[in-house]
Write a new protein. Structure first.
Length: 263
């Protein structure tokens, strides 16, 4: 009987330890520092873009179909982006060693109300795709939920702003073979004219997180695949031929304005 009692105690200890380890493995930790910091850079970048331009009634009157509700919605977009930044900071406060260092961003040049809307729509679509891609880099439910929520938020912003762009492009072509665009952090940090590339604005501030288990994430038309880093280049080249559709898929980049610095 003493043997059975001892065995039961050992089994209970083992189960308790396993549960504790499982709980620990799904909680944010210091190993999540880079990925949360990358999310913070994305969110603070788009939030600073909005705050870099003063929106008033004369600004609204320059928009096609501008109205008091347009003013309220643009103010609301700024508020939603501030809330998104607060959400990332809230999660970051749980990550040991998490920091929000200073960085110098540049932003697209805004010459009129409509150029502001067009730039905002493009950046919102790019940031949405960046958060979708970032979700593939975490195994923590809390982070995956945050990235999914922010991706949906920015996608909704881009859709609303798209109504002001004056674009006649087909948003959902009947022959599409791809879901909405998603971008890996490495792609986001590149400078160029391809959709999703923000390196010319974020510069060298952010560092791309590593893929799960040291593997590379390759995003395809319908899903994503984990591969050995040595094999990722050829797969990226093979999947990059599929072009995203819609009014923000042209890859045209607006001119860049002066540096905006925050601390």
């Amino acid at each position: 009987m003493r043997f059975l009692s001892t065995l039961a105690s050992l089994l209970l200890i083992g189960v308790t330890t396993t549960v504790a380890q499982d709980q620990c493995s799904t909680s944010v930790s210091s190993s999540d520092n880079t990925i949360v910091q990358f999310a913070w850079y994305l969110q603070v970048f788009i939030e600073r873009f909005y705050s870099s331009v003063q929106i008033d009634q004369s600004f609204i009157s320059s928009l096609p179909g501008g109205s008091p509700s347009s003013y309220s919605n643009l103010q609301g977009l700024q508020q939603q982006n501030r809330l998104g930044l607060s959400a990332v900071q809230q999660v970051g406060s749980k990550v040991p060693g998490f920091e929000t260092p200073g960085c110098e961003f540049t932003f697209p040049r805004v010459s009129s109300g409509i150029s502001y809307i067009q730039n905002a729509a493009k950046l919102e679509a790019d940031v949405s795709g960046a958060f979708i891609g970032l979700a593939a880099y975490t195994q923590k439910p809390e982070l995956a939920f945050l990235f999914a929520r922010l991706a949906s938020e920015h996608s909704a912003h881009a859709a609303w702003l798209g109504g002001y762009t004056g674009s006649n492009s087909t948003v959902f072509p009947g022959n599409s073979t791809s879901l909405v665009p998603a971008y890996t952090p490495d792609h986001v940090l590149k400078s160029g004219n391809r959709p999703g590339q923000l390196g010319q604005y974020i510069h060298a501030c952010a560092r791309a997180p590593s893929g799960p288990g040291g593997q590379a994430v390759v995003i395809g038309n319908l899903g994503a695949t984990l591969v050995a880093p040595s094999a990722s280049s050829s797969l990226v080249a093979a999947t990059s031929s599929a072009k995203p559709s819609g009014p923000f898929a042209s890859g045209k980049r607006p001119a860049i304005k002066s540096v905006h610095q925050f601390w």
